[in-house]
Design a protein around this ligand. Structure first.
Ligand code: S3P
Length: 193
C-alpha cells in the first residue's frame, strides 16, 4: 500500500525506487522541444510517481500519431482533442505529473488541472537541444509545427508571454542541471517538505 508521504523516509518500494505521492497534479507546460517529456520521465523514475503525457493520451485515444492527426484532420481538430483530454484529466487524474503538448496550455480549464509549471528557455537553446539530440530527425519529424524553423520561432514569440501568464511557477531550464530541475519540481510538488 502506498504511503501518503514520500517513501524516501521509509525505504524503498518493490521496484527498488523511492516512492512518493503528490497531493496535486503537476502540469508541465512549455514550448516544443524544451524537454517536458524527458523531464517528466526522469522525475517519475527518480521520485517513484506516475507520469502521463497529453500527446500520448491523444495518440492512444485515437490510435493515431499526432503528425497523422494534423495531416488528416487539421490543427483545430487536434486542439479539440486536447480540450477533451483536459476534461478527462480534470475528472479522473490525481497526484500525477502530466507533461503537455506545447499548445495544451490553451485549454480552458488548465488552472483546474493542477499546479502549472513552465519549463522556460530561449528559442535558440531549444533549437540547439533538438538539433543536437541523438534522434534529431525523428524529434523534428513528429512535430508538424516545427517543420519550418522561421514559423516555429514566430509561434514561440507569440506564446512565450502567454505561457508565463498561465504558469504558477517558472523554471529557467537553461541555467540548471537536470538534477536541479527535478529538485525544483519536487519542491513545488511538496515532495521534499
Ligand atoms: C504542439 C506541440 C507538440 C504536439 C503538437 C502541437 C504545439 O507537443 O502537441 O505537435 O502546438 O506546440 P510537444 O510540445 O511535446 O512537442
Amino acid at each position: 500500500m502506498r504511503s501518503e508521504t514520500c517513501a524516501k523516509e521509509y525505504g524503498k518500494s518493490s521496484i527498488d525506487t523511492i516512492w512518493c505521492s503528490m497531493k496535486k497534479n503537476i502540469i508541465l507546460i512549455g514550448f516544443m522541444g524544451v524537454g517536458k517529456g524527458s523531464t517528466a520521465r526522469d522525475f517519475a523514475k527518480t521520485y517513484g510517481i506516475y507520469n502521463i503525457d497529453t500527446d500520448d493520451l491523444i495518440e492512444s485515444r485515437t490510435n493515431r500519431e499526432i503528425k497523422r492527426i494534423f495531416k488528416k484532420h487539421g490543427e483545430a481538430y487536434f486542439r479539440a482533442l486536447e480540450q477533451e483530454t483536459a476534461d478527462w484529466i480534470e475528472a479522473n487524474v490525481k497526484g500525477t505529473l502530466i507533461s503537455c503538448g506545447g499548445g495544451f496550455y490553451k485549454v480552458n480549464n488548465i488552472k483546474k488541472l493542477g499546479t502549472v509549471v513552465l519549463l522556460d528557455a530561449p528559442f535558440d537553446w531549444i533549437l540547439g537541444r533538438l538539433k543536437n539530440a541523438k534522434n534529431a530527425k525523428t524529434k523534428l519529424a513528429k512535430r508538424p509545427l516545427f517543420s519550418k524553423i522561421k514559423e516555429a520561432k514566430k509561434l514561440y514569440e507569440q506564446r512565450v508571454g502567454e505561457y508565463k501568464k498561465v504558469a504558477d511557477e517558472v523554471i529557467d531550464v537553461q541555467s540548471l542541471t537536470q538534477k536541479e530541475i527535478l529538485e525544483k519540481i519536487a519542491n513545488i510538488a511538496g515532495i521534499n517538505d
